[in-house]
Design a protein around this ligand. Structure first.
Ligand code: MLT
Length: 428
């Protein structure tokens, strides 16, 4: 027997179906709420509102659970690769050996970008933030692949667009960094794996041999897996709502990159390092800043602690913490900023004030530390987040399109002026 929920309003009673997902989450289906009662719901930030049903990612904020297509993030981070996880998220199943080899070959074959895109890149000043460069270059693909502009009519083109996005994102990301450094760009090296190719495009310099450190490449691959999807977060919801208008996948992903840019979302890992550098510049006294964070009259807040969804711990943070410790040890990194991070981490994990407020180190805290240890500059951290989140955005966009979901068009409660007559300027 299906469940239902009743609402009583102004002496009337209304009944709405309740749907239950495969992990026993329940939701009131209010599709007929306004037509039957004249009411709408109000939920700024949509924290209590489901925008869709989805079979891609399940997370449980109370239990600290994160699964991609039913597979535990802990298992995928330990045993899989980013490209295999990308295939899983997008197509719903782990690939067979033949499927993986074909997917990997397709992506490798499309890492190069049209030479005219270099002219777009050259138009950016070197102080352009890499996220603005990245979203622009991704959106420029609509010009070079005009058949992508109608995703509803052209499914084959969508599949090709998916390959191009995954193949070219590392190239664009590395080029955005080279633009910032004022260095010539590097072309992809298709003899290398996904992460090694990216690192070489990032850090290789003309006339110098560049060997990718396997420790760094493996840590990066794990980081990208951990960031690959996270159900209906801000940037994924942006990708879905732009795609719901039947805009191209390139335009939708470009919008997602811009949403991720914000310091409250993907920019948090950049803000973590900026906070640590500010503490170092102020003498490096971590305890002083821990006390400031506790002082309700002090505007200082710790960046990289707690999470709007996870109430006890972020499962990704536990995995990334170990990777951070491994990378720092293997690379022999000795960085005072990272020492400050360790002090803040120990305090947050042991101080009752932070424990009571679930202010534990989150994925952004540790990813900022690892990216810094890998030599990636701070304003490239959110670009790294976008590189990881790309397959999740693609999977969510594809699911929305294949389910034929309607255009996103939320309602509002109007709180402005009531009707009034126009008064000419000489009478005001
Ligand atoms: C994410 O992975 O997108 C972030 O943790 C933010 C979120 O899920 O709201």
């Amino acid at each position: 027997m299906s469940e239902s929920a009743k609402l009583s309003f102004k002496g009337q009673e209304y009944e709405f179906p309740v749907i239950t997902g495969t992990e026993n989450e329940s939701a009131i289906d209010i599709a007929k709420l306004r037509a039957s009662s004249g009411l709408i719901t109000l939920d700024p930030g949509y924290k209590n509102t489901g925008a869709t049903t989805s079979a891609i990612t399940f997370l449980d904020g109370e239990e600290g659970i994160l699964r991609y297509r039913g597979y535990r993030i802990e298992d995928l981070a330990e045993k899989s690769t980013f490209l295999e996880v990308s295939y899983l998220l997008i197509y719903g199943e782990l690939p067979t050996q033949a499927q993986y080899e074909n997917f990997s070959k397709e992506i490798t074959h499309h890492t190069l970008v049209h030479e005219d895109i270099k002219k777009i890149l050259e138009g950016f000043p070197s102080n352009a933030h890499p996220m603005g460069v990245l979203s622009s270059l991704i959106c420029s693909l609509t010009a070079f692949y005009p058949d992508s502009l109608n995703p509803v009519r052209n499914k084959e083109e969508v599949d090709m667009s998916i390959v191009r996005l995954i193949a070219k994102m590392p190239t664009f990301a590395a080029w955005a960094y080279k633009n910032e450094m004022g260095h010539p760009v590097n072309y992809p090296d298709n003899a290398l794996d996904y992460c090694s190719n990216f690192l070489k495009m990032m850090f290789a310099l003309p006339a110098e041999k560049y060997d990718v450190d396997p420790v760094v490449s493996a840590a990066l691959d794990k980081l990208l897996i951990l960031h690959a999807d996270h159900e209906q977060n801000c940037s994924t919801s942006t990708v879905r709502i732009v795609g719901s208008s039947q805009a191209s996948i390139y335009a939708s992903i470009s919008a997602g990159i811009n949403a991720l840019w914000g310091p409250l979302h993907g920019g948090a890992n950049q803000s973590v390092i900026e906070m640590l550098e500010a503490i170092k510049a102020d003498g490096g006294d971590a305890k002083k800043y821990l006390d400031k964070a506790k002082d309700k009259n002090d505007p200082f807040r710790l960046m990289g602690f707690g999470h709007r969804v996870y109430k006890n711990f972020d499962p990704r943070a536990k995995i990334i913490k170990k990777a951070a410790d491994d990378v720092l040890e293997k690379l022999g990194v000795n960085d005072p900023v990272l020492d400050i991070a360790k002090e803040l981490e120990q305090a947050a994990l042991n101080d009752q004030y932070f424990i009571d407020r679930q202010l534990y180190p989150n994925v952004d805290f540790y990813s900022g530390i690892i990216y810094r240890a890998l030599g990636i500059p701070t304003d490239m951290f959110t670009v790294m987040f976008a590189l990881g989140r790309l397959p999740g955005w693609i999977a969510q966009w594809k699911e929305m399109r294949e389910n034929g979901e309607p255009i996103g068009r939320p309602r509002q409660v109007y709180t402005g002026e009531n009707e009034r007559d126009y008064v000419s300027i000489n009478k005001r």
